[in-house]
Design a protein around this ligand. Structure first.
Ligand SMILES: Nc1ncnc2c1ncn2[C@@H]1O[C@H](COP(=O)(O)OP(=O)(O)OP(=O)(O)O)[C@@H](O)[C@H]1O
Length: 491
């Protein structure tokens, strides 16, 4: 018996070493060896096995190996794995397995995403997995949010942005008391200022004592984990590879462009020398996106832009055309930086320097997905030097080449420059009236979070990232609102 246990432990250890799976927590379930094990050991239903096969997934990715068995064991977890490593399937698959069959009982799984675009994409992935069943997967759209009574709405899994859901909770229009699985996707983004209050109210409304809560992201700062740990129960931490690092399949380059004017010249040079569409260009604000779109309009390229000033229909169409390959070059703000999966995206260009390390990691992670090769070019000027060292380190630690002088630049203790306006403003809008109100404020205008659950004391809107950029989160020792409502909370 003891010998068998030791053998099993040794097997787990070897598996984790092979796939660079790092875990911490009590009694962590063994990682999955193969998808087939889901059928033989976990009684996975036929439809799901068929849909996994039809999606072309032959082998689980490292995060899927560990997160699937963890969630099947109904353990709460923090999962940090590189961009494009299959985190969506890592939470979708065990949720569908645990729900087993559609039910009239009401909403049983909830996935929160920071942007509407990501919510739509996640819904699409979930729908692909449920083909052949009567599972109802819904995305919380503007039209759906107008529904007056959700109790009669057939829905097993809901995907939403936090702000829209919070508005419904405030109007007592939706009941989350039956939710068995709560996923916070891109969780570090969700814990940023502006979202925390909404997350708090959603978490507090999920009163099912059996709820399993889970956080997924490619960047999970310690501060976010600490903050969430205060409400999670016996959570397991799963990290794949090095924490908060860029995907190793993306070849990353830094290009000095001298000044602002140098950027357009450098961009045209790249296009002339080696344009390999599709290309995604990141800029720091919606104004910059519109301006660059205008500048490139006569360059004989199939070009489009996506940002908060465009209507929902325009944004949806822009994403669709880019997916179909009709648009070669898409200019975007950080609205597109998180989670968006454009298969075969060859190149990301950071036209404007990213405002934080996490923004850098997520932006460049739009290419090089699912093990494919990708490329990321980041323009920088002298104004960008304060964050250059940190970005250079990220490139260096994911195997890229950077000049030695960049790594020896002085460490920036506190960001001397103001957070740029893109990430915080661009990822929240167009999810309803509340969202619009939110997005029209600059980070410095945003109200302090009053939530009693996850508290922050200082502004840190765009400061997610690795340890080089600590957030000013303060974990409240008590979370009265949540402690009262969720029985499973660790005291
Ligand atoms: N087991 C698998 N085998 C092959 N491809 C997979 C597998 N699982 C997922 N994929 C594919 O990998 C791509 C990236 O998956 P996904 O969008 O879930 O990544 P992610 O880890 O959530 O990335 P991000 O951090 O950027 O949100 C998708 O195109 C998906 O279809």
């Amino acid at each position: 018996m003891i010998k068998n246990q030791n053998l099993r432990r040794e097997h787990c250890r070897k598996q984790r070493k092979k796939y660079q799976i790092h875990v911490s927590g009590r009694d962590v379930p063994a990682p999955l060896v193969a998808f087939e094990q889901l059928r033989t050991q976990y009684r996975c239903r036929k439809y799901l096995m068929k849909n996994i096969k039809e999606a072309g997934y032959t082998e689980p990715t490292p995060i899927q190996r560990q997160a699937i068995t963890t969630l099947l064991a109904e353990r709460e977890c923090f999962a940090c794995a590189p961009t494009g490593s299959g985190k969506t399937l890592a939470f979708s698959l065990p949720i569908l397995m645990k729900l087993r069959v559609p039910s009239k009982e009401g909403l049983r799984a909830l996935v929160l995403c920071p942007t509407r675009e990501l919510a739509l994409q996640t819904t699409r992935e979930l729908k692909k997995l449920t083909v052949g069943t009567k599972f109802r997967v819904r995305v919380m759209t503007k039209a759906l949010a107008l529904c007056n009574d959700f109790s009669n709405l057939p829905c097993d899994i809901l995907v939403s942005t936090p702000l829209r859901l919070d508005a419904l909770l405030k109007g007592s229009k939706i009941d989350l008391s039956k939710v068995e699985f709560l996923v916070l996707d891109e969780s570090d983004k969700l814990f940023e200022m502006g979202f925390v209050e909404q997350i708090d109210s959603v978490v507090a409304a999920c009163t099912n004592p059996k709820i399993v809560r889970t956080l997924f992201s490619a960047t999970l700062p310690d501060t976010v984990e600490e903050l969430a740990r205060s409400i999670m129960h016996d959570a397991i931490r799963i990290t794949i590879g090095e924490r908060n690092s860029a995907s190793q399949t993306v070849r990353q380059r830094l290009v000095f462009v001298g000044s602002e004017e140098g950027k357009i010249l450098a961009l045209r040079q790249i296009f002339n020398e080696s344009l390999r569409p599709p290309v995604l260009i990141f800029v720091k604000s919606k104004e910059r996106a519109a301006e660059l779109h205008k500048q490139l309009a006569f360059d004989n390229l199939s070009i489009d832009s996506i940002h908060a000033d465009r209507t929902q229909a325009q944004r949806d169409a822009a994403v669709e055309r880019f997916r179909e390959g009709k648009t070669w070059v898409l200019i975007a703000t950080d609205l597109m930086g998180r989670g968006m999966d454009f298969k075969g995206l060859n190149c990301v260009i950071n036209y404007d320097f990213p405002p934080s390390i996490s923004s850098y990691i997520h932006r460049v992670g739009r290419s090089g997905r699912a093990g494919r090769a990708g490329e990321a070019v980041t323009f920088y000027t002298e104004d960008d030097v304060p964050l250059l060292r940190s970005v250079a380190y990220v490139i260096f630690s994911s195997g890229g080449d950077v000049p030695a002088w960049m790594l020896s630049l002085p460490k920036v203790q506190k960001r001397k420059f103001k957070p740029r306006d893109s990430e915080s403003n661009e990822t929240t809008p167009a999810t309803g009236a509340a969202d619009k109100k939110q997005s029209s404020k600059s980070p410095s205008q945003k109200p302090m979070v009053k939530s009693e659950g996850f508290k922050k004391t200082k502004e840190s809107t765009t400061k997610t990232g690795n340890r080089m950029e600590k957030k000013n989160f303060k974990v409240s020792s008590k979370n009265p609102k949540i402690l009262n409502k969720n029985k499973k909370v660790k005291k």
